[in-house]
Design a protein around this ligand. Structure first.
Ligand code: TGC
Ligand code: FAD
Length: 395
């Protein structure tokens, strides 16, 4: 395993716009990753396993619910700190970031925003400390981009709810103590339910065979007449806007994260191009290599500006869902392109596990699809600027 030599690119002195606290938070995440995760990540990725031993460290660097207030066990940081932590994690591996962003934005966020006081006190401190892991069940076998069509449902049985249905492609599902599950009531209204490990009729089998995000564990959520206590419904918000509100927070983290993967690919390609010689000169001296590197740093710099501005807007409570969609879509797209170009600069070495490039490239194929596909985010921008939704067609 090669030493992690990562130095983050900062062509426009973006660090001048960060506070000392931001830089400290980022540095502690970076140092922990270099010491504890970089040396093992390739191995876990190859074995398609999540390294459970990093959960405690993730909690210690504040990666679980960075913006959750201290009264509920979180570090109470701002949105830019959240973004910076996600960026460092995905710089190492998208699966590491996935685990943290699901826990933060898709489990802690809905409990914090829509949960009862008892639910917050019961779950948030445990999730912040890593004592419990959670997952978020929205996608179903027949309802991915169109979650509003979901068929998972619950009936009011008087003293409890009876839950039936199935979710798939659920990050962290097999290792979760609690699942935030979105299901329709008898009137067809979507609600969030907290389904706990061990409830009769509930199982979370692992899904196998992924060529992407191999260091993150993915599973199904199966509900066969699960009796869910009435206290486990999230009382604060219902309707499709409730899960979509959580996605805003997660997509924001992904925008920062994907940029981290892009920066790692660029950093590696720049270093390699100065070390590797062909025709007796470093390959960095060829104009075609310089074109690739120059275009990479240009796209990274544009994305850094977009992302930091989005962080400022989110800190002020002003970021719109459509602005978040634009950043998620743009940053994943440029990260994928940069990974492919960086792979070429590394020549044959680029396909090996000596470098992180091919792993990033494969991971980003999940990231471009989950949390809203590339095309769904384009249509969100289209709807925002024209006022006309183009998601649904009559045939
Ligand atoms: P539509 O009629 O447009 O909206 C329904 C209601 O929701 C409101 N809304 C939002 N609210 C908050 N945040 C948002 N981003 C929102 N977008 C819409 C909307 O105002 C409306 O409210 P109301 O009060 O009028 O009812 O809904 P639609 O059925 O037409 O669908 C729109 C569409 C396609 C954009 C949406 O369904 C969508 O985003 N689809 C993509 C699905 C998706 O992203 N799934 C992600 C699953 S989780 C995941 O992938 C985790 S990966 C984890 C990891 O490992 O990192
Ligand atoms: P589909 O919706 O079937 O889309 C297939 C293709 O059709 C795409 O190219 C799409 O852009 C296109 N398409 C669909 N509708 C339209 C339209 N209206 N206009 C134009 N094109 C359209 N989900 C969760 O709930 N929780 C999780 O934790 C989670 N983790 C995941 C982890 C991984 C590794 C992966 C790969 C997925 C995960 N997902 C999770 C699911 C993810 O959110 C869905 O895969 C995603 O929303 C897309 O749904 P789909 O795969 O069913 O694709």
């Amino acid at each position: 395993m090669a030493t992690d030599q990562y130095v983050h690119p900062d062509y426009y002195n973006m660090d001048d716009l960060l506070t000392e606290e931001h830089k400290l938070i980022r540095e502690s995440a970076r140092q922990w990753i270099k010491k504890e995760v970089s040396p093992i990540i390739e191995d876990y990725y190859e074995r398609a396993e999540f390294p459970n031993q990093v959960i405690k460290g993730l909690a210690e660097i504040g990666a679980f619910g960075p913006y959750i207030p201290e009264e509920y066990g979180g570090p109470g940081l701002d949105q830019i700190s959240y973004g910076l932590i996600m960026q460092e994690l995905e710089r190492c591996d998208s699966g590491l970031r996935s685990t943290a962003s699901v826990q933060s934005s898709l489990v802690m966020y809905p409990i914090w925003k829509y949960g009862s006081e008892e639910q917050k006190k019961k779950w948030l401190p445990k999730l912040a400390s890593g004592e419990a892991v959670g997952c978020f069940g929205l996608t179903e076998p027949d309802h991915g981009s169109n979650p509003g069509g979901m068929i998972t449902n619950f009936k009011d049985m008087g003293d409890h709810y009876l839950l039936n249905g199935a979710k798939m492609w659920i990050s962290n599902a097999p290792i979760s103590e609690v699942a935030v599950v979105w299901a329709k009531n008898e009137e067809g209204r979507i609600h969030g339910l907290l389904v706990e490990r061990g409830m009769e009729g509930f199982s979370a089998p692992e899904m196998h065979g992924k060529h992407s995000l191999r260091a993150s564990i993915t599973g199904e959520l199966l509900f066969d007449n699960v009796k869910v206590p009435k206290d486990n419904i999230l009382p604060g918000k219902s309707g499709l806007g409730a899960p979509l509100g959580c996605l805003d927070s997660a997509r924001f983290g992904i925008a920062w994260g994907a940029l981290g993967a892009a920066m790692d690919c660029y950093d590696s390609a720049l270093r390699y191009s100065k070390e590797r010689t062909q025709f007796d000169v470093p390959i960095a001296s060829f104009q075609l290599t310089q074109k690739k590197l120059a275009e990479m740093i240009t796209e990274i710099t544009k994305a850094q500006l977009l992302t930091l501005r989005l962080g400022q807007l989110r800190n002020e409570g002003k970021a719109t869902s459509a602005q978040i969609s634009m950043a998620k879509r743009n940053n994943v797209e440029i990260a994928l392109k940069i990974a492919r170009e960086a792979r070429q600069i590394h020549g044959a070495m680029g396909i090996t596990n000596e470098y992180s490039i091919m792993r990033h490239m494969a991971n980003l194929e999940s990231v471009v699809t989950y949390e809203g596909t590339h095309d769904i985010h384009l249509l969100i921008t289209g709807m925002d600027i024209t006022g006309i939704p183009a998601f649904k067609r009559e045939l």
